[in-house]
Design a protein around this ligand. Structure first.
Ligand code: MLT
Length: 330
């Protein structure tokens, strides 16, 4: 029998509420009680994977539980985002993703998740410039020679990328448009395997983030044609920007964010976010990221609100551009 108390709540309901509050309190105290999965939407060895693994090491020490990097590849990052949107919102699944979170709604007309509605926002992570690199034996010695080479060879020139929705694809599309040249594009499940194809001489060009290309550039195993930022990079001071070399106004920087399934408890978001911020302030992590050309955003961006407002802004910015280009992935 259900008895009603003077304040209107039934004794059963009050007991259930007390149980829930108690469970919530002990859950929060005990979180995390098991390993946490950080989903990466692209293949191992690529820039998103590199950053996730650098951060996971430091975050594991802070959280006292392993942060396990899991690569869920395919469809330009949308498979991983859909997987995260449907995951149990218990604080044990997070997603690291880049600009692809903002471009997907316009690129994919049949997207099974809503980037602006189906996630909790944790924080922005890092901003990373891109580089245009070529196989070591490309005949073009600099960007001007490359433009002439691409114009003369057209579709015989191969440009590798990580699928529609990947920033390597976006960069390639902007480049082809700015150069007024066509090229054959070759998709991979991430720029990790795309870079392997470039190193093996199977493709000619790749536009990829410095977090992936820097070691190969420093080792001289690829030819570097330019950086995608409007000013030169501290890490590659002698490399001209693409804008300096004739592509006026060319500017592309990759931003990253961390998301959780909608309904993930606030305590989990806060703890995971605090561990992320601690990782970015860890001198060894900060130095490694800086060596790879990555820039840590200001503190106001390293918050749930900082990511949410940026994603809203970027989604609005990309939508008309993609729709005008009429290029859809599905
Ligand atoms: C990767 O991690 O492989 C890249 O971020 C893919 C991309 O170009 O977007």
């Amino acid at each position: 029998m259900i008895r009603f108390r003077k304040d209107g709540t039934s004794s059963k309901r009050a007991a259930a509420l007390a149980c829930l509050l108690w469970a919530g309190a002990t859950w929060a105290q005990g979180y995390p009680a098991k390993p946490i999965t950080l989903v990466v939407p692209f293949a191992a060895g690529g820039p998103t994977d590199v950053v996730a693994r650098i951060l996971a090491g430091s975050m594991t020490r802070t959280l006292g539980q392993t942060v396990v990097v899991e690569n869920k590849v395919g469809a330009g990052g949308t498979i991983a985002a859909a997987y995260t949107a449907r995951a149990t919102p218990d604080g044990y699944t997070f997603l690291i993703h880049h600009n692809g979170m903002a471009t997907a709604p316009a690129l994919y007309r049949k997207l099974s998740y809503r980037p602006l509605a189906d996630f909790e926002y944790v924080s922005q992570v890092i901003d990373v410039p891109m580089t245009l690199v070529g196989r070591k034996d490309m005949p073009a010695r600099d960007f001007r020679e490359l433009m002439a080479y691409v114009k003369a060879n057209g579709d015989k020139t191969n440009l590798a990328h990580a699928g529609l929705g990947a920033v390597s694809h976006l960069c390639g599309a902007l480049l082809r448009q700015a150069m007024g040249a066509s090229m054959t594009t070759v998709p991979y499940q991430g720029t990790g395997p795309a870079m392997n194809a470039l190193l093996a001489g199977q493709v000619d060009l790749l536009c990829d983030q410095t977090t992936s290309t820097t070691p190969y550039i420093k080792a001289g195993s690829v030819k570097l044609y330019g950086v995608t930022t409007s000013t030169r990079l501290k890490t590659l001071p002698d490399t001209p920007t693409l804008a300096e070399q004739g592509l006026n106004g060319f500017h592309l920087v990759v931003w990253h964010g961390i998301y959780a399934p909608k309904g993930t408890p606030r305590e989990a978001i806060d703890k995971f976010g605090a561990a992320l911020r601690a990782a970015l302030k860890d001198p060894a992590v900060a130095q490694r990221l800086a060596e790879l050309g990555a820039v840590i955003p200001s503190d106001d961006k390293l918050t749930p609100a900082g990511l949410q407002s940026w994603l809203q802004e970027e989604t609005k910015r990309y939508e008309p551009v993609i729709k005008a280009a009429g290029q859809f992935a599905d």
